[in-house]
Write a new protein. Structure first.
Length: 131
């Protein structure tokens, strides 16, 4: 009888641990990988040049299906702490594998070639988003 009771307790403990592990995996999979890119452009670059860069970046989600979400904007902070960075792009991935596909992707490399002649400064930060 003690043996059955002991086995029953072990079985319940194992089931609880499995459910806990499954819940942890689901929680990790709900996180999203953010790729934040901020640019400052050369003074010699015209508004049209900068717009070509913006348009090329905005087109990447059409060419790279691993991009889960995309948004962008220009600095409007009254604090004056942007240090010459004027444009911010937020690219979202569902996994590191998706980001690994994005970085060497031919469409991303083509975008970088559009960007290079106009880029004065860049900051890139990637992080797993917590809510």
């Amino acid at each position: 009888m003690r043996l059955l009771l002991g086995l029953g307790i072990c079985f319940v403990a194992a089931a609880v641990m499995q459910l806990s592990a499954t819940g942890a995996e689901e929680e990790v999979s709900k996180k999203t990988l953010r790729h934040v890119v901020m640019f400052g452009f050369k003074e010699a670059s015209s508004d049209a040049d900068v717009q070509k860069v913006v348009d090329a970046f905005r087109n990447l989600p059409n060419d790279i299906p691993e991009i889960a979400d995309f948004e962008f904007g220009t600095n409007n902070s009254p604090e004056g702490l942007n240090d010459g960075l004027t444009h911010c792009f937020l690219v979202t991935f569902n996994s590191e594998k998706d980001r690994e596909t994005y970085l060497p992707h031919p469409a991303h490399k083509a975008f970088v070639e559009v960007l290079k002649p106009h880029l004065e400064k860049v900051v890139v930060i990637d992080y797993w988003a917590d809510k």
